[in-house]
Design a protein around this ligand. Structure first.
Ligand SMILES: Nc1ncnc2c1ncn2[C@@H]1O[C@H](COP(=O)(O)OP(=O)(O)O)[C@@H](O)[C@H]1O
Ligand SMILES: [Mg+2]
Length: 340
């Protein structure tokens, strides 16, 4: 068995924006690396404001898009590049996506069980009606839904929260090892969000599934995650056990997020986005947070910040955490290897 269940190795996704002439490139995900230990199902929250690259990262992990650079491994096997039919099937069994809007995941003209049975046959490999039924029933039970409440019904006969449970059930049919859930509760009534979030904890504990929970809602992330990755403009700027990251943030951006949560109550979303700075910030060659950072020094605008291990599995990408002078040489080298 590989020592890592998931390994994201120096992955980037570059998009061209504007025309071919006079257009520019942005790194939606910019040299991201991350590993999750094998044999230990966990909930990893990826938190960041809109435009920070969360969806792009999630889509690369779920193999819905390919990285421009770098590679992603599951159980030590690369999932990037071409996969043959068998490898693709194996991947789909192991990794299942859950999308933001459950009403977009199901056609309004089909009963939702159509999708459940399709997944049971095509991905989970159920043979015959009985096996498919069993797989569907078990998956629905795993999310707390009775089959007769679901089978034969159309999407509009469910609430958003219930339908998201059905899409989690669909994802659970192949008994995946990893669920990639991109803002799964943002379209759901605030009062029902915790139900779905709690469900993730149950699935981790009962079905040993690792969950990548992508969110811009720090309060649910705090509640549900074992690990947390804070993204800013395509970079993971801080990573570690959620209790450490959210109680003793090492990166000034994480600090700022936590302050703003304290100010505006439970959530932060639109309040945090700065659309007019976005494209410019993507192009910063050194620290992308330099323009907003209260601790900014000259070096932050000139040299890429180092990844600093602050102990207890927590790390952050910031000059503030090191002796500025000593890292100058080392970081200059990093700039070269990290250049787009
Ligand atoms: N297909 C695409 N073409 C061009 N730019 C894109 C594309 N997808 C995402 N982007 C850009 O990449 C950045 C990150 O987007 P995204 O991953 O959707 O962030 P998030 O999910 O955190 O809001 C944004 O600036 C977005 O406009
Ligand atoms: Mg997104």
């Amino acid at each position: 068995m590989s020592e890592h269940f998931l390994e994201i190795r120096d992955v980037s996704k570059i998009y061209r924006i504007g025309g071919l002439i006079g257009g520019s490139k942005i790194a939606a995900v910019d040299h991201v690396s991350l590993t999750l230990e094998a044999g230990k199902p966990q909930i990893l929250s990826v938190v960041g404001e809109s435009g920070s690259g969360k969806t792009t990262l999630a889509r690369m992990i779920a193999r819905l898009i390919q990285p421009t650079e770098g590679e992603i491994f599951i159980d030590g096997k690369s999932t990037s590049g071409a996969l043959n039919h068998t490898q693709m099937r194996e991947f789909r069994r192991k990794v299942q996506p859950i999308f933001q809007n459950p009403f977009e995941s199901f056609s309004s003209r089909k009963t939702v069980d159509t999708y459940l049975f399709e997944t049971a046959r095509n991905i989970a490999g159920a043979r015959g009606k009985t096996q498919a039924h069993q797989a569907v029933e078990q998956a629905l039970a795993s999310v707390g839904l009775a089959a007769d409440r679901v089978i034969g019904r159309y999407p509009n006969q469910f609430s958003g929260g219930e339908l998201q449970r059905v899409s989690v059930a669909r994802a659970m049919i192949p008994r995946p090892e990893l669920l990639v859930a991109d803002e799964p509760v943002s379209m759901i009534d605030a009062s029902l969000r915790m139900n779905v979030v709690n469900l993730f904890k149950d699935l981790r504990d009962q079905y040993n599934v690792t969950i990548l929970y992508i969110t811009h809602d720090l309060s649910t992330a705090y509640y549900v995650s074992d690990l947390i990755a804070i993204m800013y403009r395509g970079k993971i700027v801080e990573y570690g056990p959620s209790s450490r990251v959210l109680k003793q943030p090492a990166h000034p951006y994480t600090e700022l997020l936590l302050d703003s949560v304290a100010k505006i109550g439970e959530k932060w979303s639109e309040v945090m986005s700065l659309p007019d700075m976005e494209t410019k910030e993507y192009g910063y060659s050194a620290c992308k947070f330099a323009g907003r950072c209260p601790y900014v020094r000259d070096i932050c605008r000139q040299v890429k910040p180092p990844l600093v291990d602050v102990g207890g599995g927590q790390e952050a990408l910031c000059f503030k955490l090191v002796d500025y002078q000593n890292v100058e040489q080392q970081s200059t080298e990093k700039v070269q290897t990290h250049a787009i």
